[in-house]
Design a protein around this ligand. Structure first.
Ligand code: SAM
Length: 221
């Protein structure tokens, strides 16, 4: 991981996050829900890593799942309060392992639009494999890395929390399909589905962000 944390993504103003998502035509939550739908059941549990305002989990909640989640941003977690999730929503940094959950805690795990802010995903995947149940389903997105693309780049953004707002650079990380499949295989997961979609355009910086959604099942006990 980048030891210089000044270019970390630092959450956003929760009140504005969901209205901005609607304005820019963000459909990531609908895409990941649609991909995972056939593998989930009402009353199952789901942990959302980097839950933010709960946008990614809300459809799962409406489908009857019991949602827990964590995020390192208190501002983003504020937005979760109105969603009525039945599980525990806590502040935790995903770089800090072990995650504060017992082994085999959850039927499903979700991480939407979060892992593209991190270079080394192995510790996260190891923790996911520990706390998810056998046959559990892990849905997540990364930014796909195509041949010739840099693995890391700086993105200038205007977003931020009330404290950090203003133009700043954040570090973004891309991961190739081979890297992700190797990481999943190392911790006993098999890919069920994958789907790449254009998420953001920054024409003035010559950047287009393509997120790739994966749905994987834990096959090994
Ligand atoms: C683009 S938002 C996505 C939020 C949510 N998953 C969704 O789909 O709407 C990224 C989220 O990752 C969280 N995040 C960033 N770095 C984190 C870290 N080190 N530990 C936990 N959460 C983090 C941010 O606070 C933010 O809520």
């Amino acid at each position: 991981m980048d030891p210089d944390r000044t270019r970390d993504y630092q959450g956003e103003d929760a009140a504005q996050y969901e209205s901005q998502a609607a304005e820019v035509g963000w459909h990531g939550h609908e895409i990941i829900f649609g991909l995972m739908y056939e593998f989930i059941e009402p009353d199952e549990t789901l942990l959302d890593i980097g839950i933010g305002t709960g946008l990614g989990s809300n459809l799962f909640h409406r489908a009857g799942l019991r949602i827990s989640g964590f995020d390192n941003s208190i501002e983003m977690l504020e937005g979760c309060k109105s969603k009525g999730f039945s599980g525990e929503i806590i502040q935790h940094d995903l770089r800090d392992a072990p995650f504060p959950y017992a082994t085999d805690s959850f039927h499903n795990i979700l991480s939407l639009a979060v892992l593209n802010f991190f270079e080394d995903l192995a510790p996260v995947f190891r923790e996911v494999a520990r706390i998810i149940r056998s046959k559990g389903v892990f849905g997540f997105t990364v930014e796909g890395k195509k041949p010739g693309q840099e693995a890391c780049y700086a993105l200038r953004v205007n977003r931020g929390t009330n404290l950090t707002k203003g133009q700043r650079e954040i570090s973004m990380y891309r991961h190739s399909d081979e890297q992700i499949r190797d990481l999943l295989e190392d911790v006993g997961f098999r890919v069920l589905k994958e789907f790449e979609f254009l998420t953001d355009r920054y024409p003035e910086q010559g950047i287009e962000v393509y997120l790739k959604a994966y749905v994987a099942r834990k096959e090994c006990v």
